[in-house]
Structure formats: C-alpha cells, structure tokens
Design a protein. Sequence first.
Length: 265
Amino acid sequence: MLEFASPTSHIQAFRDGSIGWLILNRPARRNALNAEMWEAIPPLMKSLDESPDVRVIVIRGAGPDAFAAGADISEFGETRSNAEAARDYEALNRAALAAIRAAGKPVMAMIQGFCIGGGLAIALACDLRVADASAQLALPPSRLGLAYPLDGLRDLVATVGPAHAKELLFTAKRLKAHEALRIGLINHEFADIEPETRELCRSIAEGAPLSIAHAKRAVDLVAGRPGAGDEALVNELADRCFDSADYAEGRTAFAEKRKPAFRGQ
C-alpha cells in the first residue's frame, strides 16, 4: 500500500493494488467538509489520477456512519456571511468537484451513512455511486436558504433527470439506498459494501484504460456534464484507442481466446 502526502489529516489518500482511495477523514463530525478539506481534494485527486498503477479511484468516508454529512455549517458565519464571502467559498467547492470530474480514470463514491449536501455533491461529481442500506442521501439547500451551484445541478440532472432533480431540491427529502437506486442516483445497493465495491473495481480494472477514458469523456459530453470537454477531445481519445498497443493486444487476445493484458498504452 502506498500513501500519498496530504496537506490535512482530514483527507487521506493511498493506493491499494489497482484502486486509489480518497478518504474523507473527520468521523467525529460525520466527515463534514471544512475549507481545508475542500482545498486538499484537487492535489490528492491529481496524485491518484497520475499514479500509473491506479485504474479506479474510490472516494469514501472514514467509518460506517457517514460518507460526508455536508459542508461544515459551523464555518458558514465566516465563509458564507454574505454573497461575496459565499462566492469565495464556492470557488473552493468548484475546484474540488472539478478535480474529481477531471480525473481521466473512473471515480466511484462508496456511500455509507449520511451523504448530505456537499457530500452528495462530491458523490455526484463521481462517475459511479454505490451504497449500502445505511445510506441517507439528500440535498438540503431549500432548508438553508441557499442556491445550489449550477455545475452541481448539471451533475444532478445528468444523473437523475430534471423531474427527480427538482423533487430532491424542492423537498430536501432524505432518500434511503433503495429509493436512490430506483431513481438512478446510485448504481448499486450492496449488502457487503467494501468487498463488493472492490469486486466492481476489479472488473473495471480489467478493461482497456484508454477505452474507458474515452467512454467516460464521451458519455459526459453527451450527458452535458461539466468539464466533459468537446467533440475534438473525444475524437482525439478515440484515435488514441485505435493507435494503441492495447487495441492490438485486444485483437490478438480475442483471436487466441485468452484474457487480454491491457497496459494503457
């Protein structure tokens, strides 16, 4: 296991095999996100994404009680005291969420317990979301008098569609895992979440990294997600696939009736 240096003890990052883990590590506050945690996410995501042995990045909360119970409201009197201060604080959020979306590798949120507000925004910035029966997911801006950021709305609508997005925002209802699964907010409800998450990661890691990188950007572009790039970028990623050694390996392995060994080259 390889650990990456973090600017705060409240965020941890390490590699375990082909999985890169980003841990929201503030369990005494249900992993509520403070300013230093938001600031730490971009450099740590960059380190995980650039690690050549990482094929999938998983974001989770420390402990079973919470993925993240939202932004730390105790900071709001200082960080969101007025519109100008709120814009500065939102810049930290935007940079963190943009870094999650920008990863070239698949990013998965592994959700246990509370996943509220800013916690759900992080999960929505990921490519995939899995949860267990303890999960509670909600967006509470209407209960706090806040306006939800536009990029976050794009993530939300791309994931669940406009009708479900409006209901979540209008009501601030807390969804259990089976309800979140029904509307597409999560991909899977797992009974034994860490082993099953690892198995899903293993399945992804067996695929061709360049093909997966293309699929990620192409789907995000079609879905209108922020940071997806344009058609030129998607076409460039497609060309890289067809010019790659992995494409030759895939054809050869198919002809030889064996499992391909992809290297991302």
